[in-house]
Design a protein around this ligand. Structure first.
Ligand SMILES: Cc1cc2nc3c(=O)[nH]c(=O)nc-3n(C[C@H](O)[C@H](O)[C@H](O)COP(=O)(O)OP(=O)(O)OC[C@H]3O[C@@H](n4cnc5c(N)ncnc54)[C@H](O)[C@@H]3O)c2cc1C
Length: 387
């Protein structure tokens, strides 16, 4: 492990002994794949059957990975994190809802979060998910270049309006806005729409940020082509670079439907692609980078690149991002050194945040290296505190 990330006292300074113990036992449970599979099935069943399990979920996995049910619930956590110079990004994490009323609610939440970010230094960005604003199958139809019915066209116009409303608000209030990336079969439509927003609102700096999942082998070419279009048309590019969270789903679908998988052949290829992406972005002044990663090597590489390019630690064109409840050793140690660091802070009603929580549990099970690293860091800190 890189030396700067080994300081567990700094990493866990905000955690009480009880919270440290809870985190330790939580990651121990998550490490077991059968336990996660069975736990997920039981929880889903219990929630569907309206059994009173919300309390249990809150006391365990929810409170570890989420800030609360409402924005207000999150404020004490945000203030606490900011005492250590770690910023927060309020992430309304309700997923898989496909009614217009839910899309309008997500729109309202995003606008509210832009206001929060404008008011508070501790909140540097707002964020939303494309499928929070419209049906996945509608994005998919456009991505596949299929003709829309009149009704669907009307529905899509409303999605475009939602994008425009939040991007304009972000621009007017000078709050950078991250747009998450999702499944490859809907992403084309989201990419095109996001680029339209960049053309409209990124004249003077990067306000609208798209996300590139570097586990896709086509993303480096996409990055270069986007940069070329931006240079020709005079707009700034903001990008969150991540590895990607839907690998199993992507591979399964490609196999089932018989097309080549869009995902890199192996982890090493994804790592090379991710590092090539951050290296490319650090070359150009008009590219702003939010590196969403828990990978120590990539983080370290980015720190070195910044030094090499003479980019100061607090230059607002470079942010390091992690998820709340994960990789505090990276977030808090980077922040202690003066880098720009922000953690996604998910929130929402317990049952509606379940898809997000299940993804975290599964990710920590499948990325076994990550879980054992969290465990070993927590163990070191418990030992240091003589717990
Ligand atoms: C702030 C933040 C925002 C995020 N936003 C998004 C988002 O908008 N969309 C999204 O999809 N994800 C998002 N993620 C999740 C992210 O994509 C990764 O799933 C997660 O961060 C793990 O990758 P890593 O770089 O942290 O670390 P690592 O542990 O080094 O990498 C794990 C990742 O490598 C890739 N990988 C693993 N095994 C293989 C293999 N055999 N072949 C090819 N690739 C492999 C997968 O992408 C896997 O998630 C976000 C993460 C953060 C921290």
């Amino acid at each position: 492990m890189n030396k700067i990330f080994e300081d567990t006292q700094t990493a866990f300074a905000l955690k009480s002994d009880t919270e440290l113990d809870r985190a330790y036992f939580l990651f121990k449970m998550i490490q077991s794949e059968p336990l996660v599979r069975i736990g997920t099935a039981i929880t889903n069943f219990a929630l569907k059957a309206h059994m009173p399990v919300e309390h249990l979920i809150r006391a365990s996995v929810f409170d570890h990975f989420c800030g609360g049910i409402t924005e207000e619930d999150c404020l004490p956590t945000i203030a606490n994190m900011f005492t250590k110079n770690v910023h927060a990004i309020l992430d309304y994490s309700v997923e898989g809802k496909e009614e217009e009323s839910q899309f309008n609610l997500a729109l309202e939440k995003t606008l509210q979060n832009i206001d929060f970010a404008q008011e508070k230094l501790s909140i540097p960005f707002a964020v939303f998910k494309p499928t929070g604003f419209g049906r996945l199958s509608l994005y998919q139809k456009i991505t596949e270049k299929k003709a829309l019915t009149d009704e669907e066209q009307e529905e899509w116009d409303t999605v475009v309006q939602r994008f425009n409303t939040v991007c304009k608000a972000a621009h007017d209030k000078d709050v950078p806005l991250l747009i998450d990336a999702e499944e490859s079969w809907m992403q084309g439509a989201a990419d095109d729409l996001t680029e339209e927003m960049m053309v409209l609102y990124n004249h003077k700096k990067a306000i609208v940020f798209n996300t590139l999942q570097m586990y896709r082998h086509d993303r480096l070419d996409y990055l270069k082509a986007l940069h070329k279009r931006a240079s020709e048309n005079g707009f700034y590019v903001g990008l969150k670079l991540v590895r990607g969270a839907y690998m199993e789903k992507e591979r399964e679908r490609a196999e089932e439907k018989g097309y080549p998988s869009p995902i890199c052949d192996n982890k090493q290829a994804t790592d090379i692609n991710f590092d090539a992406g951050i290296t490319y972005m650090m070359e150009y002044e008009k590219l702003a980078l939010f590196a969403g990663t828990h990978n120590e090597e990539s983080t370290h590489k980015l720190m070195e690149l910044a030094i090499e390019k003479g980019i100061s630690k607090n230059d607002k064109r470079l942010w390091f991002g992690q998820l709340y409840g994960m990789s505090d050793h990276i977030s808090y140690n980077l922040a202690a050194q003066g880098y720009n660091v922000a953690k996604y802070l998910p929130y929402g009603p317990v049952r509606d945040v379940m898809p997000y929580l299940i993804r975290r549990a599964e990710e920590n099970t499948s990325v076994s290296g990550q879980t054992s690293r969290e465990l070993s860091l927590l163990k070191t800190e418990r030992k240091r505190r003589k717990l």
